[in-house]
Design a protein around this ligand. Structure first.
Ligand code: PLP
Length: 399
């Protein structure tokens, strides 16, 4: 082992795990590292609300600090938060989760996803998921020793994963189907009928379904169906959700998992050793978010909807066809008319017009020919970005 000049051990690739070595870096972060070096960029890149957390929620956290709530909580989360969550899931969906052993407070959906994979997968087990999909889905399965199996989805099929497409990919190693609707990056919402068919398939093949419903509150003119409400699905579903998107609380790092006591018990064991508990202050804030009326969430949803209509129309007006997103806060316009790859388009756009978007391929091969554009961005910025993109598309469109 060699030493560097500073006296520290000089580390080499041989010190890094083989699994991590082959894991590709997140296509979102990789691209955004470029951003910091360029001035005057309008970003439609990072997927988070441009709102700050409603003040009454911040106040609850500040108050909890003033009262001295600065210690660990129960591993599963405070009993008060779990009780409120149980009430919330019952009032919104009629789902009856036991606060003692069917709910776990996590460090966002991110931790919930990681715990689920580690709790259910043996090495080589397969997890079926859509392509394109949120970047952490395949990575979390791989990191837990599993194998992500991607099911192509297309614009023609509204980017919906279907039971008919899943069934031929089921093998004796398939353990679970992972879905996340409303979807990042496409904004697609799976129809209730589509969900019913996936639920029936899961029951027929005795599979678990992991359902990331973090954008469940952000739907426009359609209804979100919680997968666990479908007949026979409550114990078969690992419902993941959190406060990041609906309550503009990305930095608080707070979410939850709801499932059978066997699955939650297994996840809690890992959580005990790795995390201990979600941040106490964030749990106090989440409790307040659940307790108080949802007027602010509804106002944010109305505002996202306004921006959604403007950006979709804007893309179509500049000659890019654009799938109509029905949920989340992403538009997924096609750039196929330009003949460029997604990566080429995004990189050139950044240098030539200073607009940051994410290449669709960051979310899987089926994202080729598309861009992810987050419209949780101030309206004047969206309008300016559209103007610059219009200029860019005109310049680069194939004659
Ligand atoms: N799931 C999806 C689909 C997301 O888009 C994101 C963040 O962008 C997350 C989960 C992460 O959520 P959290 O902040 O609760 O960890």
């Amino acid at each position: 082992m060699s030493k560097s000049g500073s006296g520290n051990i000089k580390l080499s690739q041989s010190h890094i795990s083989e699994m991590v070595k082959v894991l590709p870096p997140s296509g979102i972060r990789k691209f955004f590292d470029l951003l910091s070096s360029i001035e005057g960029v309008i970003s439609l890149g990072v997927g988070e609300p441009d709102y700050v957390t409603p003040w009454h929620i911040c106040e609850a956290a500040i108050f909890s600090l003033e009262k001295g709530y600065t210690m660990y909580t129960s591993n599963k989360g405070t009993p008060e938060l779990r009780a409120e969550l149980s009430k919330d899931l019952y009032s919104r969906f009629g789902l009856d989760y036991n606060t003692d052993d069917e709910l776990l407070i996590t460090v966002g959906v991110s931790e919930g996803l990681d715990l689920t994979m580690r709790a259910i997968l043996n090495p080589g087990d397969e997890v079926i998921m859509p392509d394109p999909c949120y970047v952490a889905y395949p990575a979390s399965a791989s990191l837990a020793g599993g194998v992500p199996v991607r099911i192509p989805t297309t614009e023609e099929n509204n980017f919906e994963i279907t039971a008919a497409d899943i069934e031929p990919r089921i093998t004796p190693r398939t353990k679970a189907i992972l879905i996340g609707y409303p979807a990042n990056p496409t904004g697609a919402v799976l129809s209730k009928q589509g969900l019913i068919e996936i639920a029936e398939l899961a029951k027929r093949h005795d599979l678990l379904v992991i359902s990331d419903e973090i954008y469940g509150r952000l739907v426009y003119g359609v209804e979100h169906t919680c997968l666990a409400t479908l007949p026979g699905m409550k114990d078969r579903t690992v419902l993941l959700n959190g406060f990041s998107k609906a309550y503009a609380m990305t930095g608080w790092r707070i979410g939850y998992a709801a499932s059978s006591k066997e699955i939650i018990g297994a996840m809690t064991k890992i959580h005990q050793y790795t995390i201990m508990c979600a941040p106490t202050m964030a749990q106090m804030a989440a409790l307040e978010a659940l307790k108080v009326d949802d007027d602010e969430v509804e106002e944010m949803v109305r505002d996202y909807d306004r921006r959604r209509r403007i950006i979709v129309k804007g893309f179509r007006d500049i000659g890019l066809s654009c799938f109509e997103p029905k949920g989340a806060f992403y538009a997924f316009p096609s750039i196929k008319v330009t003949g460029m790859t997604s990566e080429e388009f995004a990189e050139k756009l950044l240098w030539e017009e200073k607009v940051a978007v994410v290449p669709g391929t960051a979310f899987g091969q089926c994202g080729e020919g598309y861009l992810r554009c987050c419209y949780a961005t101030a309206l004047p910025d969206i309008e300016e970005a559209l103007k610059r993109m219009g200029r860019f598309v005109k310049k680069h469109s194939k004659k």
